[in-house]
Design a protein around this ligand. Structure first.
Ligand SMILES: *Cc1c(COP(=O)(O)O)cnc(C)c1O
Length: 394
């Protein structure tokens, strides 16, 4: 079965995004005529180097950072690994890490497997969250010790959109001289960020979450932050990440960051309005549906709703028949019937966690699409509930 792109109603932008047409246009010359190596001595390669320099500035501008603080990587996951492993190598005498229970697998799995990866034993504090997904800053403060090598806390949660007060948390870490990393893959482009005014040492972002291609990421490394490369090799990225640059994707990411700055207003007005319309419509028209996550402290594009007594994957399959793309917070595909670690950490009841659907919008969504989803979802849920042994109509 195929789903033609022009028929798809794409509300899964926290999983990946469409490459903006302007980004494709900006990349094209670097996939065709301008194939020189940016490190070469000749002008043909050198002009590619200049284009990378320009892209680095565009990215730095979106973050309120300096161009020298931008290191290109292959993805958000590599950025996360680089930051955490760099800090652990910088402070070999420290064996404590502070993170949260709701991190993306890019951070979670690394922390879970550090012992295998480094041959060392680490003590890891995974901070809990409240039922609305928010974090207790006092508890965070109390978790820091003289042995803490790094804090890694996401800025925005990919499943619920809930925001953590990472700027305040970075200030607290700074008081204790502890390095602070934030996985901001979901935050960048959706909310204003000004790193100059923070004490954040490392920040990860990923191109494909903000309308640039897959396979390009950035690690922001604050000036003066000790840094040990993850990939050693040539002198690329000022010796901080070896490997010939992914030129076209870097140019594309630069363009995507400029577009994101231009679209920031729309993201926080029009996209947020569409999200709210979708969310309120679903909660109103479908009984026993509830919102997961803090209603205000979250991204403008994300809503995570539980439909009690139905299975998330069954909902997605029915939505798929209408070409509506979204995600579920339960993963039966893995063979287990475990709801996501994020919803479990929030204490979402079993009957609700299983039927959770994440809708994540972008500037490409329209009111007509929202209306179509609103018209379609109630009958999908009703049909599934008729089949559910746990559902009793009231
Ligand atoms: C998507 C995502 C990542 C991983 O980024 P990749 O570029 O796919 O490796 C990391 N963290 C968060 C919060 C994400 O949403």
């Amino acid at each position: 079965m195929s789903a033609s792109p022009d028929k798809v109603i794409y509300m899964d932008n926290n999983a990946t995004t469409r490459i903006a047409p302007e980004v494709v246009d900006a990349m094209m010359p670097y996939l065709t005529d301008y194939y020189g190596n940016p490190s070469s001595m000749h002008t043909f390669g050198g002009q590619v180097g200049l284009a990378i320099k320009q892209a680095r500035r565009e990215i730095a501008d979106l973050l309120g950072a300096a161009p020298e603080e931008i290191v290109f990587t292959s993805c958000g996951t590599e950025s996360d690994s680089t930051a955490i492993l760099s800090a652990l190598q910088t402070y070999p005498e420290k064996n404590h890490i502070v993170t949260t229970r709701v991190e993306h697998p890019a951070v979670k799995t690394l922390c879970d497997n550090l012992e295998i990866f480094t041959g060392r034993k680490y003590h890891i504090t995974r901070l809990p969250v409240a039922s609305d997904g928010t974090i207790d800053v006092r508890q965070f403060r109390d978790s820091l010790t003289d042995d803490t090598a790094i804090v890694s806390v996401m800025w925005a949660n990919n499943e619920t959109g809930v925001l953590f007060p990472v700027e305040e948390m970075a200030d607290i870490a700074k008081e204790r001289d502890i390095l602070f990393h934030t996985d901001a893959v979901q935050a960048v482009g959706k909310m204003p960020i000004n790193l100059k005014e923070t004490n954040i040492n490392f920040l990860s972002l990923s191109g494909h979450k903000l309308h640039a291609p897959k396979g390009i990421g950035v690690l922001y490394v604050r000036k003066g932050t000790p840094f040990i490369p993850f990939m050693n090799g040539g002198h690329q990225e000022f010796g901080r990440r070896g490997g010939t640059e992914n030129v076209a994707s870097i140019i594309g990411l630069g363009k995507a960051c400029t577009l994101a700055a231009e679209n920031m207003g729309a993201e926080n007005t029009r996209v947020k309005m569409l999200r709210d319309r979708l969310e309120q419509g679903l909660l109103r028209s479908i009984p026993k549906s509830l919102l997961n996550g803090h209603p205000e402290e979250r991204l403008p594009n994300t809503t995570n709703i539980s439909f009690e007594y139905v299975e998330g994957e069954a909902i997605l399959l029915h939505m798929n028949q209408y070409n509506i793309c979204a995600s579920s917070g339960s993963a039966c595909t893995s063979g287990s019937l475990e709801p996501s670690h994020v919803l479990r950490a929030m204490g979402v009841p079993f009957t609700a966690a299983h039927g959770s659907i994440r809708f994540s919008l972008s500037v490409y969504n329209t009111e007509e699409e929202v209306d179509f989803v609103l018209a379609t979802m109630p009958s999908i849920i009703a049909k599934l509930r008729e089949l559910s042994p746990f559902w009793e109509d009231e």
